[in-house]
Design a protein around this ligand. Structure first.
Ligand SMILES: Cc1cc2nc3c(=O)[nH]c(=O)nc-3n(C[C@H](O)[C@H](O)[C@H](O)COP(=O)(O)O)c2cc1C
Length: 372
């Protein structure tokens, strides 16, 4: 019996299998509002048979977008645009859908990757002044962000809560808070980006304070029967300094104590000095550390590309679920092919049932058809 195709509960959210579609920015929104691209993109991923689809990093404030094209959930127009996309997707897919709520902090005001990904200098079209724990640019020589004062912190916290209320109204099944990849939450956690001297900087407890406050605000704003969890960077990958896995385990325990329903374990993103040992499943050993430390489901991610590899990660108990990003873009039917390889079943749209290969007679759950 395949472990990958066993169901999993994240809080009270039931996933039919343990394949998670990782959040992926599309840089294709207008003023934060989802476009037809989102309907196409999320629509086809939602036909993949995965257990959960996580919508891309979605900014809670306009200033919290990474690029001018990033998705947002900070206005009525953003909410209406996403409602339209979700209505289209849900008409044809039963897949649970969560959203990643995010704030880019000092990595905001950037160009899209296909435009080079650099900071848009202040004064140029599309630029804005970024916000961060400290007035330190991400890269030396870039325009420095403004350090958030107490009123600014309160605005960001409330923006997360307001976006969570919008996500609730949209009927989204879960919220993932983006606390990874060098964005605002991670900037507070890492001493590399956080040089504050108030109660939000310095000691580990102080650096965790704002991310934990944001978690509490989101948890309180989202219906209690639907899960909220966090994606973390387990290490900055900088020898001898920065945020590391022991710190992150302390954070994960604090989050779990506040009702965090899962931990999604990624890494890096806060500094150009990082040295990431990229290779197949390179973040799985980090996920394993959390499996041994917290009682909530742990999601592993990072170059998990093969069905047997994903199956082995779960069989070994290194994680409770696996998330895939690039492999899902390359092959949006990855879960179908994995199910075929592992002798399991997936949900496929009725319109595609006739594609079931002859050698996999039980692949599509519920399959039947007739003709006259
Ligand atoms: C196009 C693209 C967009 C991404 N956007 C996000 C994002 O919005 N939020 C996030 O946490 N990670 C994002 N990531 C990182 C992925 O979620 C994932 O952690 C990373 O790609 C490693 O997994 P993979 O090897 O399966 O691609 C993105 C990755 C890609 C390729």
């Amino acid at each position: 019996m395949s472990a990958l195709f066993q169901p999993l509960d994240i809080g009270r959210l039931h996933l039919p299998n343990r394949i998670v579609i990782a959040p992926m920015c599309q840089y294709s929104a207008q003023d934060g509002s989802a476009s037809d691209w989102h309907l196409i993109h999320l629509g086809h991923l939602a036909l993949s048979g995965a257990g959960l689809l996580i919508i891309e990093a979605t900014a809670v404030q306009a200033e919290g977008r990474i690029t001018p094209g990033c998705l947002g959930l900070y206005s009525d127009a953003n909410e209406a645009a996403l409602a339209r996309v979700l209505e289209g997707v849900r008409a044809y897919s039963p897949m649970p859908i969560a959203i990643q709520l995010a704030h880019a902090g000092r990595k905001a005001s950037s160009r899209a990757p296909w435009e080079g990904g650099a900071q848009i200098p202040l004064g140029e079209a599309g630029s804005w002044r970024a916000l961060a724990p400290s007035a330190l640019p991400h890269i030396e020589g870039e325009d420095a962000p403004d350090a958030l004062d107490h009123a600014g912190l309160a605005r960001v916290r409330e923006a997360f809560a307001a976006a969570a209320r919008r996500a609730a109204r949209l009927g989204l099944d879960g919220v993932e808070i983006h606390a990874a990849h060098g964005y605002l939450m991670h900037q507070f956690l890492s001493p590399i980006a956080n040089r504050r001297s108030d109660e939000y900087g310095g000691s580990l407890a102080n650096r965790m304070r704002f991310p934990l406050e944001v978690f509490e605000a989101v948890r309180a704003a989202f219906p209690s029967e639907r899960p909220v969890w966090a994606r973390v960077s387990a290490t900055d990958w900088i020898e001898g300094s920065g945020w590391d896995v022991d710190d992150c385990i302390v954070l994960a325990r604090e989050l779990a104590a506040r009702g965090c329903a899962a931990i999604h374990v990624s890494s890096g993103g806060v500094s150009q000095r990082q040295k990431i040992p990229v290779g197949p499943g390179y973040q799985v050993p980090l996920a394993r550390r959390f499996k041994d430390a917290v009682d909530v489901p742990v999601i592993a991610v990072g170059l998990i590309t093969e069905a047997q590899q994903a199956e082995a990660i779960l069989q070994r108990g290194d994680a409770d679920a696996v998330a895939l990003a690039r492999a899902m873009l390359y092959d949006p039917r990855w879960p179908w092919h994995a199910a075929a390889q592992l002798g399991a079943q997936v949900t496929a749209p009725v319109q595609y049932w006739r594609s079931q290969p002859r050698e996999f007679k039980d692949l599509f759950a519920g399959l039947r058809f007739g003709a006259r």
